[in-house]
Design a protein around this ligand. Structure first.
Ligand SMILES: NC(=O)c1ccc[n+]([C@@H]2O[C@H](COP(=O)([O-])OP(=O)(O)OC[C@H]3O[C@@H](n4cnc5c(N)ncnc54)[C@H](OP(=O)(O)O)[C@@H]3O)[C@@H](O)[C@H]2O)c1
Length: 290
């Protein structure tokens, strides 16, 4: 008889996310072992507990999910977990990183854009491009061959993100842009076909008054669900709605693909014991659902 599917949730927050536990069960995990307040120093014991208990043929039925509101902390847990797998003996389990929903959200946003524009060569602007979601959106667009401006209130922060992405995606076409003042925002918007706003909750990044600076705009995607929204004129429920000739997606409109991707990624974990899923792998799953 097949062993039960166990998802081991490592969460850097003191309380492991209820949201992630519910999704895990709905996606087919038979058991969810939840650990909160997880620090890198805790990870070795947790990984050993997972890989030394079942034989290699059953290890695909154990997997890790790394969550928590702090994406950088989640990334560190992922790096640490990978160090303690023993692939040379087949003693490893699959791992999905989706701290703060950053990977599934970014993947869903880029999929939404891909439905409407050819991403290769697409002139794109990622507002809020320095946050964990924005950085992933820019990275996925870079892999698709888009020509990306990364926006930040501080140009130096945008430049650091561009450098980081360029180190991972050698073909990336990236330009850091300041977008703090109205004048800077106009320059950042000029000639863009696609704008994805991944700014902090309640921060308006693209006010309606700035729109005339971007007559070329075809697709506007806003990931901020907490009013006031990130792109004025895009509604939170928009899912491909056309407004003033622009195809619009709001945060909840993108959320459907995000949820489906999250569930599919969890289900995928139990197919083999050798997967490490970060933004790119999660994006491939989102694409497969399109
Ligand atoms: N639907 C979902 O499940 C889901 C999941 C995750 C995230 N989200 C949403 O996606 C968005 C991005 O998430 P995140 O965690 O990456 O965001 P974040 O780190 O909180 O913020 C992203 C960027 O927004 C800019 N920003 C912060 N405060 C601002 C302000 N007052 N005015 C203008 N810009 C400001 C900052 O860039 P600079 O300082 O460089 O300008 C920051 O790096 C959020 O709105 C979040 O709620 C949705």
């Amino acid at each position: 008889m097949d062993k039960r599917k166990i998802l081991i949730q490592l969460d850097s927050d003191p309380q492991p996310s209820v949201f992630d536990r519910v999704v895990a069960v709905d996606a087919g995990a038979d058991e969810v072992f939840s650990y909160g307040g997880v620090k890198p120093a805790d990870v070795q014991g947790l990984v050993h507990g997972a890989i030394f208990t079942r034989g290699p043929k059953d290890l695909k039925r154990s997997a890790f999910f790394i969550g928590g509101s702090n994406v950088a902390a989640g990334e560190e847990l992922l790096r640490e977990a990978q160090k303690h797998l023993l692939p040379q003996f087949g003693l490893r389990v699959s791992i999905l990183l989706d701290a703060n929903g950053a990977n599934t959200t970014a993947a869903a946003a880029v999929c939404a854009a891909k439905r409407h524009v050819e991403l290769k060569g697409c002139p794109a602007l990622v507002l809020g491009g320095t946050g964990p979601v924005g950085q992933r959106v820019a990275r996925l667009l870079a892999r698709e061959g888009a020509e990306i401006r990364v926006g930040s209130r501080q140009q130096a922060r945008a430049a650091a993100v561009c450098q980081d992405i360029a180190a991972k995606v050698s073909s990336a076409k990236l330009t850091p842009m300041a977008n703090g003042s109205a004048q800077e925002l106009s320059a950042a918007l000029a000639g863009r076909t696609l704008v994805i706003a991944a700014g902090a909750a309640s921060a308006v990044l693209l006010p309606k008054a700035a729109r005339p600076a971007c007559p070329t705009l075809k697709v506007a995607i806003d990931l901020n669900a907490v009013p006031p929204l990130g792109i004025e004129g895009v509604e939170v429920m928009d899912k491909g709605a056309t407004r003033d000739g622009v195809v619009c997606y709001g945060a909840i409109g993108v959320g459907d693909t995000k949820m489906k991707t999250h569930k599919a990624a969890i289900a995928r974990l139990f197919e083999s014991n050798d997967q490490i899923m970060d933004a790119e792998e999660v994006y491939q799953i989102a694409l497969s659902l399109m």
